[in-house]
Design a binder for this molecule. Structure first.
Ligand code: SAH
Length: 457
């Protein structure tokens, strides 16, 4: 099949044409009502209903005892407090906001192809771990595993395992159901994983609470809409210099919170504001920085790559902290624990954190990345193979959601960490004459898939 093409490209063309099955969406995914977390603005609604008390009560006690807390601490309590946090109790995906893998199966399929193509380009090691951070409902992993299964002949000599980093017991149960049909074992011995199972396609899956629990080894990492959920610090420039934004009790209204400025500089203002900063308001996510450093160390030491996709900016935006509940904007200080809280990812900060250890690619806009990955061809195949007009309409609608610059096409970005040797040959520096081009990294450049398309017809 397509012998004239380099193996990686032939693989992509083959995979995109494979199995034109349309995955039916569960009924709670009503894309027309969906609130995309990347769209800022809109009305702010006061919280109503639900047990709004848990995190708030806990925070009030703390604020009374020890004074204001950083926004990062507030966000961590609201999202991942072990008993009461938003992700711990509620989950959110599909309920309060909708994500790309939930919108269209094509999204996860193309990401699955990205991993296989990088695995091939980097020498087809005989084993790899796919490590996903914050897998939500498990839909993205499930779509990736379907591609791995369809390309089983390519991966036949490779030992693949799946490693999911998830703090939410509620979401890990949903993931277990989605990926294994619920056949999982809790707390396996001799292992840092808190749960394990076997995918419907026969691949072992492990669950962890922290990336540091995931075994070292040749790995491909994935973080989709994960970094935006990590706690941020906020800083405001004033006439008297930089101050950190803190959360405190509002003395005027019982049980209400408000933002205040730290009276003096805090350790965070010393560490996170660059002397050359020109903005008046800055958000920094140190946990994202630490995570990127960990991934970069692992990739430098053991090989592999990381693909990070999220909404964000390149060090230019200011106040992006916002809340979502039931697909509506939600006041971030109201009823913590009942709404999703999120902030744009600063890719310039991530790049700085990886510096020296790995090469980075991107951020590149979602619509460009998916186009480079062959989304047009994949859509055509699915359209051709779908019999009824409702399915075709659904396919076109979800394609529009992912690609339209006004929807997810422009505000979501892809960013990758890769070993230096994947991007620049070591010999090139000393001997520029010996340049044999490295295969391009899929998604980040044109893959001229239309060539394959024509040659197939
Ligand atoms: N990637 C999914 C879900 C995004 S929502 C999708 O695109 O649909 C964020 C996910 O990260 C949830 O699964 C949430 O439970 C998880 N999460 C949030 N904070 C986390 C943390 N500190 N450690 C591990 N997982 C976390």
């Amino acid at each position: 099949m397509l012998p004239q093409l380099p193996p990686c490209r032939a693989l992509l063309a083959t995979a995109l044409g494979l199995a034109g099955r349309h995955r039916l969406l569960p009924c709670h995914h009503a894309p027309l009502l969906a609130r995309l977390r990347c769209s800022a603005g809109g009305e702010v609604r006061a919280a109503g209903g639900g047990d709004a008390g848990g995190v708030l009560r806990h925070l009030m006690l703390k604020l009374r005892a020890t004074g204001p807390v950083t926004v990062a601490e507030y966000m961590r309590e609201a999202l991942t407090n072990p008993g009461q946090g938003y992700y711990t109790r509620r989950g959110g995906v599909g309920q309060d906001f909708i994500t790309s893998p939930e919108i269209s199966q094509i999204f996860g399929e193309l990401i699955g192809i990205w991993y296989i193509s990088e695995w091939m380009a980097m020498g087809k090691q005989n084993a790899f771990q796919l490590v996903e951070l914050g897998p939500g409902t498990g839909t993205l992993t499930s779509d990736i595993l379907r591609v791995f299964n369809q390309l089983a002949s390519v991966l036949s000599k490779c030992d693949v395992s799946i490693h999911l980093v998830e703090v939410s017991p509620k979401l890990s149960a949903i993931q277990a159901e989605m990926l294994t049909g619920g056949k999982v074992q809790s707390n396996p011995e001799n292992n840092s994983a808190y749960m394990k199972g076997i995918s419907k396609t026969g691949i072992p899956i492990y669950w962890y609470r922290d990336i540091q629990d995931v075994p070292q080894g040749y790995s491909f990492y994935l973080a989709h809409e994960f970094l935006d959920a990590l706690p941020i610090h906020k800083f405001q420039r004033t006439e008297k210099g930089w101050h950190e934004v803190l959360v405190d009790i509002d003395p005027e209204v019982p049980d209400q919170l408000r933002f205040v400025l730290s009276p003096s500089r805090t350790p965070a203002t010393e560490n996170f504001i660059q002397p050359e900063e020109t903005r008046d308001h800055v958000e920094v996510c140190p946990e994202a920085g630490i995570l990127i450093q960990r991934l970069a160390c692992r990739i430098e030491k053991n090989g592999g790559a990381a693909l990070i996709a999220d909404y964000g900016h390149d060090g230019t935006k200011t106040d992006t902290f916002r809340g979502f509940r039931n697909h509506k904007h939600h006041d971030v200080l109201k009823a913590p624990g009942t709404a999703d809280l999120t902030a744009d990812v600063d890719f310039s900060y991530l790049r700085k954190m990886a510096e020296g250890r790995t090469a980075t690619l991107g951020p590149i806009r979602q619509r460009e990345f998916l186009k480079n990955m062959g989304i047009d061809l994949r859509l055509q195949v699915l359209l051709q193979n779908s019999r009824d007009s409702a399915t075709r309409e659904q396919l076109l609608h979800s394609f529009d959601m992912l690609m339209n610059p006004k929807k997810m096409g422009d505000c979501f970005h892809f960013f990758a960490l890769l070993p230096h040797h994947r991007v620049v040959r070591p010999a090139e520096k000393d001997n520029p004459q010996s340049k044999s081009p490295l295969p391009p990294v899929a998604g980040f450049g044109e893959l001229s898939l239309n060539v394959h398309h024509h040659s197939r017809g």
